[in-house]
Design a protein around this ligand. Structure first.
Ligand SMILES: Nc1ncnc2c1ncn2[C@@H]1O[C@H](COP(=O)(O)OP(=O)(O)O)[C@@H](O)[C@H]1O
Ligand SMILES: [Mg+2]
Length: 592
């Protein structure tokens, strides 16, 4: 690697400092080939060239007022200087391995050492080393090309990318969804892919091919139709763990909340026990807990609550009848529970029975959601895109966390030699992995699930890809566990500093690029690519539905889109109407 002829050198080293060198460039045409943030190679020990990043380029005419910082005490009549930050060493051979890049500097260049531009095929080859992609490219995840050298392919190590979690961040419209689609389609092309995409606006509906499966959380309309399609998901309430059930059912502000939570826990446990007795699964009785994935009868819980609310007892001292512990204290809890179960928007949680009320529904659901492509009965769709657009936003965090938690539990209970890794793509993550979640709220319960996943997921083969326009609002714990960063244009200062904190100290300068990136451009760094690089992400085959409305164009079109009556009907039904409603004008014409 790197066979440079001396005459192609940019120039020679004239000043050396810890981590920084200055190179003097004589030929002005060579200077023009250089740009800030480009990579260069510097001669050092044989077989161990140093790699540097161009930080500053200065041209000084007639030697007056040479930048003291750049070049203390040196004056020349015409001087072009390039300040370079050293970022690592390329070892041609290291412990039996060929071509290893390390972010350490064991030597510094000598004065007069030659400096070369790293470009073209050399750059591609070098970045491959940086991404630790072995020969044969079977691990390579292709993002696009380098902004500074369109001829060089930007590849990441696919193992490392998913092993230690990743974030894709950028202001709205910067190209996150397209980048995600680009990642997803490469995953989907693998013969035994396994990934879940949490799609909360239905943006990824447009991704097509046999590698994708589109699932949708049931909406109110599905309840009437009794949709039996396996692609319409029911996520029954009994899969919520105690913490989630408690925050869903008990009003936090109620002064009686702790007691109510305790009572709910006790009753749910009893109801699960009752289910196991009746289902003749007494073998499960010994080990089950309130969190076990066992169905229970919510109506039974409700009627028991009603009894407690009216219960009287006999005072053992006075022998007189008095109100029992919960008498008259559960009215609001009962009303809340009834309202929740009757709300049609919650149909995916409480409806869909009898099938969803059976013990074996867990197995059905788990195969649908968590089996890799070869584990699916039709061997299609390793990438499962779940459309959550009909889930009410107040319970969205709980529901997404329930699915994520399901993935985690199933991986935990699979013997390690038979575990098939799975990646969870969390689009618009600030909505459900929020750093702003209040203690003990539904959102907080969700965040805890993801924090656990971020910390322990790697051991169980669960990788997270966090996608967000507001990284500063995503749980700090989750973000800081992400060892790969694809940062697109970011304008907000708070968000920029969150990304900067993810970069190693010597490379923090790359964060300065964030506000000036073009749409579809990213700074990429992490485990899967040891040096930050500015990458132009290639377009995905099928584009996500970015849901951007072209105001001016639509206002310029001279037609009536006529969606209003549909909207009113949909609002009343709490569901997108499947049969088109006739506009009023048409009805009037019919009558006349
Ligand atoms: N890699 C890319 N190459 C070219 N255009 C892109 C690229 N990524 C995004 N765009 C453009 O930017 C628009 C917004 O991208 P999108 O991914 O929806 O942004 P975000 O999800 O960050 O809000 C797209 O509709 C497309 O026109
Ligand atoms: Mg988007």
């Amino acid at each position: 690697m790197f066979v440079f002829r001396d005459e192609t050198a940019l120039g020679k080293v004239v000043s050396v400092d810890t981590g920084t060198v200055v190179v003097q460039v004589h030929a002005p045409d060579r200077l023009q080939r250089l740009q800030v943030n480009r990579l260069v190679v510097l001669q050092a020990r044989p077989g161990q060239p140093l790699i540097g990043v161009v930080r500053k380029i200065t041209r000084q005419m007639d030697g007056e007022g040479v930048d003291e910082e750049t070049l203390p005490g040196l004056t020349l009549s015409e001087s072009n200087f390039v300040r370079i930050a050293l970022v690592g060493t390329l070892f041609h051979r290291d412990r039996g391995q060929r071509h290893v890049f390390r972010r350490s500097l064991e030597a510094v260049p000598q004065i007069d050492a030659l400096c070369f531009a790293l470009e073209g095929p050399d750059l591609t080859a070098f970045m491959q080393v940086v991404s630790q992609i072995g020969a044969g490219d079977t691990e390579a995840l292709s993002l696009g090309s380098y902004t500074l050298d369109a001829g060089a392919a930007a590849l990441l190590n696919g193992n490392r990318f998913f092993q230690r979690h990743a974030v894709v961040v950028g202001s709205t419209g910067s190209g996150k969804s397209w980048t995600t689609a680009r990642l997803l389609e490469q995953v989907a092309d693998l013969p035994n892919a396994n990934a879940l995409v949490f799609d909360i606006h239905g943006e990824y509906r447009t991704l097509t091919g046999s590698g994708f499966r589109h699932l949708r959380v049931a909406g109110p309309a599905d309840l009437d139709e009794g949709t039996a399609s396996p692609d319409v998901l029911y996520l029954p309430y009994w899969l919520l763990n105690y913490d989630a059930l408690r925050t869903l059912l008990v009003e936090r502000s109620d002064q009686n909340a702790p007691n109510q939570s305790m009572l709910i826990g006790r009753l749910v446990r009893e109801a699960k026990e009752k289910f196991l007795q009746e289902a003749d699964r007494k073998d499960l009785l010994a080990g089950f807990t309130v969190d076990s994935p066992i169905p229970f009868d919510l109506d039974w819980v409700l009627s028991r609550l009603g009894e407690h609310n009216e219960a009287m007892e006999v005072n053992p001292h006075t022998k007189k009848e008095r109100q029992a512990e919960f008498n008259n204290k559960l009215g609001r809890l009962i009303a809340r529970l009834e309202a929740k179960t009757q709300d049609r928007r919650h149909g995916f949680l409480f409806g869909g029975r009898p099938a969803t009320g059976e013990l074996g529904y867990l197995d059905t659901l788990v195969e649908r959601l968590l089996a890799g492509r070869r584990g699916q009965s039709d061997e299609k769709g390793g990438v499962k895109i779940i459309d959550f657009s009909e889930v009410p936003s107040d319970i969205l965090p709980l529901i997404i966390a329930m699915v994520a938690g399901l993935a985690f539990s199933v991986q935990q209970w699979t013997p390690s030699d038979r575990r098939h890794p799975i990646a969870l793509f969390c689009d618009e993550a600030h909505n459900y992995i929020s750093d702003l979640a209040q203690d003990d709220s539904e959102a907080r319960v969700a965040v805890r699930t993801f924090e656990r996943l971020a910390k322990e997921g790697r051991k169980y083969g669960v990788g997270l890809v966090i996608i967000s326009q507001r990284p500063a609002e995503v749980s700090r714990t989750v973000i800081s566990q992400c060892n790969n960063v694809i940062a697109m244009r970011l304008t907000n200062a708070e968000d920029q500093s969150r990304v900067r904190s993810l970069l190693p100290d010597t490379l923090a300068g790359f964060a300065d690029l964030l506000p000036v990136l073009d749409v579809g451009e990213a700074v990429v760094v992490g485990d899967a690519s040891l040096l930050p690089a500015r990458v132009r992400i290639a377009e995905p085959r099928s584009k996500p539905d970015s849901l951007t409305v072209e105001f001016w164009t639509r206002w310029s079109a001279d037609n009536n889109p006529g969606g209003l009556s549909n909207a009113c009907e949909a609002w009343r039904r709490q569901s997108f109407v499947t049969t088109a409603v006739q506009p009023v004008a048409a009805l009037e014409a019919e009558i006349a």
